[in-house]
Design a protein around this ligand. Structure first.
Ligand code: RAM
Length: 332
């Protein structure tokens, strides 16, 4: 290379370095805080989160959460993430209010905070990403049971924790849909398994023991639905009690195969984790602003529009049954 060419090349490199936005050279640290570790749904979301990180480049995703699904455990984690000076926190919250002070502290220190999957109150985050429309999910979980009960029947809900924002919103929506759209379905009770397999198993056993006429258990949690289907299988109640709700196909396929369940629903957890990281990065690097009406890109997944509480919803839930669960069980 001639001296002149070398000089030009050096100048071009210098120009490129200075032209690049500051964050392109930084390592943007995004913490994906989940309700609890050891939950396959969140492991799948983390897959998508890591995918977004490598697609964007210069991003480190820290996957973290408490060992059990409590707000206290998440508050401790948020405090340590503030001390570590991460750039963004994307949280699926165990409580809409209890986390607000800690998350406010994070935002006061310049950390971007979003919630996804299970939200925090608007004052504790910049935006919230719902996997799907709340009313639609509420109606879907009842419809899944009602479709198999043409003459009506008794159903019970086995939820996650009693403070989980997402499950509580879905249950409220389900209760709203019942009298209008499913008048023959009788919701006998709601119990809470805390997204813990052992507690969910015990709660499912308790439901069956105290409601001998139960026709269906609806679990709007991937942990609870597996526990309930296992109990129905173990107690030889297949054909008597239909288990349904929100399930991860890879964990639940066996219960569609053995008939403990006819059908379940869910959205793509990989896309959800991907989108949470995508949005966190856009806000943290000031490529996007969270404000009502804003249309925000979520990369390969598309785009979402923020409502007047800075919340957005992704796609409609997808139904899994004998015809397609095998195929989806290989993906998530
Ligand atoms: C569990 C969690 C999560 C929920 C899914 C459907 O894994 O409670 O928050 O979205 O179920």
């Amino acid at each position: 290379m001639s001296v002149l060419k070398k000089l030009f090349a050096a100048a071009a490199i210098t120009a490129a370095i200075f032209a690049a936005p500051a964050y392109a050279q930084d390592n943007v640290k995004i913490a994906l805080v989940v309700k609890s570790l050891g939950n396959g749904f969140f492991d799948a979301a983390n897959k998508g989160a890591q995918e977004a990180a490598s697609e964007i480049g210069g991003v480190e995703v820290i996957y973290t959460g408490p060992t059990s699904a409590t707000a206290e455990g998440q508050i401790e984690i948020v405090n340590s993430l503030i001390a570590q000076q991460v750039d963004a926190i994307a949280i699926s919250a165990n409580d809409p209010d209890a986390l607000v002070p800690a998350l406010k502290r994070a935002m006061d220190r310049g950390i971007t905070v979003i919630s996804w999957d299970s939200g925090v109150a608007p004052e504790g985050r910049q935006l919230h990403l719902n996997p799907s429309d709340t009313d639609l999910i509420g109606e879907t979980i009842i419809k899944l049971a009602a479709d198999r009960l043409p003459d009506g029947g008794d159903v019970a809900i086995l939820s996650a924790s009693s403070t989980a924002t997402n499950q509580n919103a879905w249950i409220e929506a389900a209760k709203k849909a019942l009298p209008e759209k499913f008048p023959k379905i009788n919701l006998v009770t709601v119990v809470y398994g805390d997204d813990d397999s052992v507690k969910s198993t015990n709660e499912a056993r308790g439901l069956i023991a105290s409601h001998p006429d139960l026709d269906a258990i609806i679990a709007p949690t991937t942990v609870g639905v597996v526990a309930a289907a296992q109990v129905v299988t173990d107690q030889n109640l297949i054909g008597k009690i239909n288990v349904t709700g929100l399930a991860l196909p890879s964990e639940f396929k066996q219960f569609i195969d053995n008939g403990a369940s006819q059908a379940v629903a869910l959205w793509n957890p990989i896309d959800l984790g991907y989108s949470a990281v995508y949005l966190s990065h856009a806000l943290a690097t000031e490529k996007a602003k969270a404000e009502p009406g804003a249309k925000l890109s979520i990369g390969r997944v598309g785009e979402v529009t923020l409502d007047d509480t800075n919340a957005a919803a992704m796609a409609a839930p997808f139904q899994f049954d004998k015809s397609n669960i095998e195929e989806f069980s290989k993906i998530y």
